[in-house]
Design a protein around this ligand. Structure first.
Ligand code: BES
Ligand code: MN
Ligand code: ZN
Length: 496
């Protein structure tokens, strides 16, 4: 849907970026001339704003072919960043989308600054287009057919067309993969069970030629996946351990293991959640969604890396056979765990996921999970909490997050924290050492299963969903960490 062009074809709808105090130049100047200077006059009169993200629309009946021009303010050119570009495009495209325009010509070079080369502007444009036009797939009956999204975006530029087209593709893939994760997160628990998540993964695998393995309950019992099985004990739905392998190198070494929490609904189990806390727990597979979103992008972009995705999946329910507080379980690693809180279920499932990833050759591990309410208290809803046992690996993740424009912040794990998760009379570990620093406790617990393998934990409990709509789309699932994971994989260096 994105086409890079050199020559200006007059389409009905145009988009131009406007820096503060800048005169019109290039193609915009040409248009201004065709409009007998009307554009520069509007600017001079202050009818069109160059304030960052401000969108103005002008009608141009005198300009043959072009009916309307959207102008988005970009602020000061010297301060304009990649993130600003994404936001400005998102604001403008959302407006254009609302106006139900299906074709658009973008004057890409008007968005280029010192810090934002044309290729980055192209990436920002495509990514923002996909994100800002995203709509929640709901189950409402509608009288009329849903409105059509933006169909074609013509990207006018004097830069190398091949390079621009390639960047547009990358941006589009990033946006689409993030949207896929959003859709998974938004799906209700009855429509996205572990089995449904497994079929979704199998379809991805078929499309992108990943190796795919779905472990069934009997196989888990055979292997001794006591963590995932314990969480599943109260459920009517069978658990699934979902494994996807993407081999982008000659040999299966230096494998990046991506482990995603796939709890399709979290009631809390016998340590049941309150009636208000339980609402929204369909999103407890947000980590799985991020990993699957990342795998979609990896399938499209095919980087020269090896990636193993592991998703332990079940819901966390209550029944006569559900796990109980005081139970002791044996995880896949052999470590025993005393259950103090059945609502600390994610770490049980992930423990087996991490161990399984290690058994299948993962040499570094990144887990993504809606793991604790504690991280929301600590960092809010904009910043993902990170923990690690390996600083050089963490720096690579941090840089990827920065490049992708997703905020992460590291929380510490101390030796005393490690003692707290080992504090049990009955078992090697306990799954809930108490309220104090409980986001850290969850991370520390997972670290016991990563053991010596370099590992980064990303707690997305606060960031996987948003309660507010924005220029990047509606409230609900955000697809957080998809872009960070993909960027990390693309840039990964095994020289740790
Ligand atoms: N899935 C929840 C964490 C969560 C909370 C996600 C809010 C999204 C929004 C997790 O399984 C959980 O229940 N964690 C408990 C841990 C506690 C029992 C140690 C929590 O954070 O309260
Ligand atoms: Mn829980
Ligand atoms: Zn949970």
């Amino acid at each position: 849907m994105f086409y890079a062009f050199k020559d200006f074809e007059k389409k009905e709808t145009l988009l131009i970026g406007l820096f503060k105090k800048s005169r019109l130049y290039g193609k915009a100047e040409e248009i201004d001339r065709l409009l007998d200077g009307q554009l520069s006059q509007l600017l001079k009169d202050g009818d069109v704003s160059s304030k960052k993200t401000k969108v103005s629309k002008i009608f141009t009946p005198s300009l043959q072919g072009v009916k309307r021009i959207y102008i988005v303010g970009l602020g000061r050119e010297a301060e304009f960043t990649f993130e600003d570009a994404k936001q400005c495009f998102a604001e403008a495209v959302q407006q254009i989308h609302k106006d139900r325009k299906q074709e658009l010509t973008v004057m890409l070079d008007s968005f280029v600054s010192e810090e934002v080369p044309a290729a980055d502007a192209a990436h920002a444009l495509a990514e923002s287009c996909m994100l800002s036009c995203y709509e929640v797939q709901d189950y409402k009956h509608r009288a009329n057919v849903p409105d059509q999204c933006l169909q074609s975006v013509y990207v006018l530029t004097d830069h190398d067309l091949k390079e621009i087209q390639a960047s547009l593709h990358v941006g589009q893939v990033y946006g689409n993969a993030t949207n896929s994760a959003r859709t998974l997160v938004n799906m209700p628990g009855n429509m996205l069970t572990a089995a449904d998540l497994a079929s979704y993964a199998a379809e991805l695998a078929a499309k992108y030629e990943f190796e795919c393995e779905i472990l069934e309950k009997a196989e888990m019992e055979e292997l001794g996946m006591g963590g995932l099985l314990a969480v599943n004990q109260g459920s009517e739905e069978p658990p699934k351990m979902i494994v996807l392998k993407y081999q982008g190198k000659e040999t299966w070494d230096d494998v990046i293991g991506l482990v995603g929490k796939g709890i399709t609904f979290d009631t809390g189990g016998y340590s049941i959640k309150t009636k208000s806390d339980i609402v929204g727990m369909k999103s407890d597979m947000g980590g799985a969604a991020s990993v699957l979103g990342a795998m979609e992008a990896i399938g499209e972009l095919r980087p020269e890396q090896n990636v193993l995705a592991v998703i332990p999946s079940t819901d966390n329910m209550i029944s006569g056979s559900a796990m109980k507080p005081d139970d002791v379980i044996v995880s896949l690693s052999g470590k025993t765990i005393e259950i103090l809180n059945t609502d600390a279920e994610g770490r049980l499932a992930l423990a087996d996921g991490l161990t399984y990833a290690k058994h299948h050759g993962a040499s570094v591990l990144i887990d993504v999970a809606t793991l604790t309410g504690g991280v929301v208290v600590a960092l809010g809803t904009e910043t993902t909490g990170a923990m690690t046992n390996h600083d050089p690996l963490y720096q690579q993740v941090r840089q990827a997050a920065e490049e992708a424009g997703e905020a992460i912040w590291q929380l510490p794990i101390t030796e005393k924290d490690k003692k707290r998760v080992k504090n049990s009379q009955m078992a090697d570990l306990n799954n809930s050492p108490g309220r104090e620093g409980h986001a850290i406790m969850a991370g520390t617990f997972l670290g016991e299963f990563a053991e010596r393998t370099p590992w980064v934990h990303l707690d997305i409990a606060g960031t996987a969903t948003t309660a507010q709509s924005s220029c990047f789309g509606p409230k609900g699932g955000t697809g957080v960490m998809v872009r960070t994971l993909v960027t990390f994989v693309e840039r990964f260096s095994d020289q740790l």
